[in-house]
Ligand binder design. Structure first.
Ligand code: GDP
Length: 365
């Protein structure tokens, strides 16, 4: 599962990416991925792990992780192949969701590619490139389907939908707000892998002064919020520069620094968690003295497949799972107390695992 960080040049993408990977690398049991400097493995902050760690006197805590990719170089004209534009668009096609960094900070020392700070214009510029690239994809598909549609009913139906979708994009709208009429259309739509169909989070990069009130007095942020609400997206206010400074601090220094800024947690932590949810991911947990760990599954995963994340043998030989919800376990104070109160459930192969379930799997070898 990968998120791509996109945005115009000089909006703070690399600064944000560096602070993300630095924050992640330091607390992780995962080696920071150095093969590709533009890909970073980032741990997902989860306070529940620390609480369980205390309860079980755990030696090791292993958080969930997601990958971020810094996709630099998206500029006006990218979709027409200007610069390395097409390569960047191809990189975006490979990610599951997009973090779109938008510059909402003034700083006369840092040049804006279009001369002034105007978040909505920037969003439109990027959207235009993404839409244009999607239209090209559709045109290629249309060229293929036209031939088939002469004596194939399904192809004729797909062609009709392709034309409708293309007109939608040509109108400046995003594929994700296009109405799909039936399951067949949904299936076709999925195979095009359109850029503007991917889920998006906006990261509004503001100055430090805009942090305490979450950008409420920043006109750019306000405009972005209004737009995002319309498109069903979320906006997160961050200050990339501050995040970079925070990422270099020790844990206790970090707390003090955030308190001074009037914040409970860093914007980055919120952003990482939101990204995880945006991808449709949840964590189930395993807890014991050797290790407390978060395991990543997609929402809707059943118990055997969830067990398979730990080991394929767990899935193959799955018998049942002992499950207690995080809240129940914490309320009881210990696993034994939860058992006495009958809060440890036995669940079978059709059980849909929930976020925060603490699982113990029984299986045949
Ligand atoms: P990118 O081209 O989008 O990757 O942008 P960079 O991350 O390289 O940032 C461009 C410049 O803006 C750098 O000089 C950063 O130090 C600066 N910058 C990034 N974020 C902020 C911010 O929140 N506030 C200010 N004042 N400058 C920032």
């Amino acid at each position: 599962m990968k998120l791509g960080i996109v945005g115009l040049p000089n909006v703070g993408k690399s600064t944000l990416f560096n602070s993300l990977t630095k924050a992640g690398a330091e607390s992780a049991n995962y080696p920071f991925c150095t093969i590709d400097p533009n890909v970073g493995v980032v741990t997902v902050p989860d306070e529940r792990l620390n609480v369980l760690g205390e309860m079980y006197q755990t030696k090791k805590i292993v958080p969930a992780v997601i990958e971020f990719v810094d996709i630099a170089g998206l500029v006006k004209g990218a979709s027409k192949g200007e610069g390395l534009g097409n390569q960047f668009l191809a990189n975006i096609r490979e990610v599951d969701a997009i973090v779109h960094v938008v510059r909402c900070f003034e700083d006369s020392n840092i040049v804006h590619v279009d001369g002034s700070i105007n978040p909505m214009r920037d969003v439109e510029t990027i959207n235009f490139e993404l839409i244009f690239s999607d239209i090209e994809i559709l045109e290629r598909r249309i060229a293929k389907v036209v031939k088939l549609s002469r004596n194939d009913k399904a192809a004729a139906k797909e062609l009709e939908m392709l034309k409708r979708l293309k007109a939608w994009l040509e109108d400046g709208k995003l594929a994700k707000t296009f109405e799909l009429l039936d399951e067949e259309e949904e299936e076709w739509f999925g195979t095009y892998n359109l850029l503007t169909a991917k889920p998006v989070i906006f990261a509004a990069n503001v100055t430090e002064e805009d942090l305490p009130d979450d950008g409420a007095n920043n006109e750019g942020v306000q405009a972005l919020r209004a737009y995002a609400a319309q498109e069903n997206c979320e906006v997160f206010v961050v200050c990339a520069q501050i995040e970079q400074e925070i990422a270099e601090l020790e844990e206790d220094e970090k707390k003090m620094f955030l308190e001074d800024l009037g914040l409970k947690e860093s914007g980055l932590e919120k952003l990482i968690r939101a990204s995880y949810h945006l991808l449709g991911l949840i964590s189930y947990l395993t807890a014991g003295e050797p290790e407390v760990r978060a395991w990543t599954i997609t929402k809707g995963t059943k118990a055997p497949q969830a067990a398979g994340k730990i080991h394929t043998d767990f899935e193959r030989g799955f018998i049942r799972a002992e499950v207690v919800s995080y809240d129940d376990l914490i309320a009881c104070g210990s696993h034994a107390a939860a058992r006495e109160k009958g809060l440890i459930r036995l669940e079978g192969k059709d059980y849909v695992v929930q976020d925060g379930d603490i699982m113990l799997f029984r299986f045949n070898v």
